[in-house]
Design a protein around this ligand. Structure first.
Ligand SMILES: [Zn+2]
Length: 175
């Protein structure tokens, strides 16, 4: 099995399923200019099956990414567990409609030798991450929380959540 980085050969796939396994690390996200993802340890495993209209790809994307906690600015490791199914079709209509079985149809040209899965893996990891990224209550770096609470104004999104709520849990009032 020829296993070039994140490339699925469109021609010359053996009949039956061909398995691929790629790793996405911090540099992978860096190459996309993503400054939010500080580090990553992700394994993408794909099975490509040739059929009459093209190639079907089922890919699981599992691992972790490290981002900055919105609350204490410390490193926050988030789990990633997502999957994507693609139908690579020759000269498919370019409307990118999702099939009824949850497959995304992608048009490829007969001149394409490979399909590059990099953008797909990147997009699905980013979409799978929560909008609000912070540690569970009580798991923030208490030193940073204290420092932030003392002098520096916490800027960012305004929410109904009291930013000092987490402080109170860390430093319960003495009775
Ligand atoms: Zn935190």
């Amino acid at each position: 099995m020829e296993n070039r980085e994140f490339l699925i050969p469109l021609n010359g796939l053996a009949s039956g399923g061909t398995r691929f396994r790629w790793k996405a690390d911090g540099k992978f996200f860096d190459d996309f200019g993503n400054a939010d993802i500080l580090d990553a340890d992700i394994v993408a495993e794909a099975v490509a099956v040739k059929n009459s209209g093209g190639v079907r790809v089922d890919c699981s994307i599992i691992g972790t990414v490290t981002v900055q906690c919105d609350r204490c600015m410390d490193d926050l490791v988030l789990p990633v567990d997502t999957e994507v199914s693609l139908k690579l079709r020759y000269n498919a209509p370019a409307d990118g409609t999702d099939d009824e079985d949850g497959c995304e149809t992608v048009s490829v040209s007969a001149e394409d030798h490979d399909f590059d899965m990099r953008q797909t893996v990147y997009d699905y990891v980013c979409v799978s991450l929560p909008m609000q990224r912070f540690h569970n209550d009580g798991e923030c770096n208490p030193e940073m929380i204290e420092r932030l609470g003392r002098g520096i104004t916490v800027t960012g999104t305004e929410t109904d959540e009291n930013p000092f709520e987490s402080l109170r849990e860390l430093f319960p009032e003495k009775k």
